[in-house]
Ligand binder design. Structure first.
Ligand code: ATP
Ligand code: ATP
Ligand code: MG
Ligand code: MG
Ligand code: MG
Length: 254
């Protein structure tokens, strides 16, 4: 047996697990694989199935509870980003280990809690998510990253809201709706929604427009005020402007 293990010892030379740059934000973003198809097959309401968004938030909260060093998570559509504190020592900062464990815990939680959100929809095949690690050295980089994801949900959700109004209320086929919207600017989309369908985009549910931000807060225990407990707070607010970061200054460790 020892001879055999000796023979294969050199396999370890090929092992590679990059270490994340020290003193930098570690971000894991995962995204549903072919969710255009997954959402079709499972009959998601379009453009936004609120049950699906809540299931994503639940799976993200499971990940956040498991890892004390995740200080913030941001989700929209079929994606979630997890922010680890700059100095985290999680898995010795090994990139692949962090990415794969976060992803598999998220994915298994998504499946585990499926029935709580889709009581009458059978899960027809096992969904999967891709994941990647991105390193941001500065606080500005991190804020710009999160602003970028929130700007993305705004652009996509405005488009999807008009698209599905044209299809469902306007009775246009999907191709025609696409043609109408080709090259249109935001103000035109807002106008189509308001004039043709009486929809004021700003009154659409805030979770659809802003995505979901999960942060951790300390609360003192009811029995013993000196003891503290961490709980996860779910927000659907603007995270681009300064006010969120001023109110929650502890996230950046200021
Ligand atoms: P890829 O594998 O490249 O990510 P994808 O089909 O998942 O392909 P995305 O760009 O990630 O492409 O788009 C996600 C798709 O899932 C979009 O079509 C979006 O409308 C849909 N989707 C995600 N969440 C919801 C939801 N809560 N309700 C309805 N549709 C959703
Ligand atoms: P790590 O998170 O570092 O991987 P681990 O506890 O999973 O920690 P491994 O070296 O991967 O450590 O060992 C797997 C453990 O699971 C061993 O203790 C092994 O005996 C046990 N195990 C795995 N598969 C089975 C199985 N089919 N039946 C019984 N025990 C199993
Ligand atoms: Mg994609
Ligand atoms: Mg996707
Ligand atoms: Mg996506």
């Amino acid at each position: 047996m020892t001879e055999i293990t000796e023979k294969y010892r050199y396999m370890k030379i090929f092992k590679k697990n990059e270490i994340c740059l020290p003193n930098s934000w570690i971000v894991v973003r995962l995204d549903g694989k072919q969710f255009s198809r997954f959402t079709d097959i499972h009959g998601f309401e379009k453009p936004n199935d609120v049950r699906a968004l809540q299931l994503m938030n639940k799976a993200a909260a499971c990940v956040m509870e498991e890892f004390k060093d995740i200080c913030l998570a941001y989700g929209q559509s079929d994606e979630y980003s997890f922010i680890f504190t700059k100095n985290t020592k999680i898995f010795d900062r090994c990139r692949d280990t962090i990415s794969t464990i976060v992803n598999s815990l998220f994915t298994s939680s998504y499946v585990y809690y499926w029935n709580d959100y889709f009581a009458y929809t059978k899960l027809l095949y096992p969904p999967s998510f891709d994941s990647r690690v991105i390193i941001y050295p500065s606080d500005i980089n991190l804020r710009d990253y999160l602003s970028w994801r929130q700007a993305d949900v705004h652009i996509n959700n405005l488009y999807n809201t008009v698209f599905w109004a044209l299809v469902k209320k306007g009775k246009h086929d999907r191709q025609k709706a696409q043609e109408i919207l080709r090259g249109s600017v935001s103000s035109t989309k807002n106008e189509i929604l308001f004039k043709n369908y009486g929809i004021n985009y700003n009154n659409e549910p805030v979770m659809y427009r802003k995505g979901t931000t999960l942060i951790k807060k300390l609360i003192s225990c009811a029995e013993d005020k000196k003891k503290h407990q961490i709980y996860i707070l779910q927000l659907n607010c603007d995270i681009i402007n300064d006010s969120f970061w001023k109110e929650n200054f502890e996230i950046l460790g200021l």
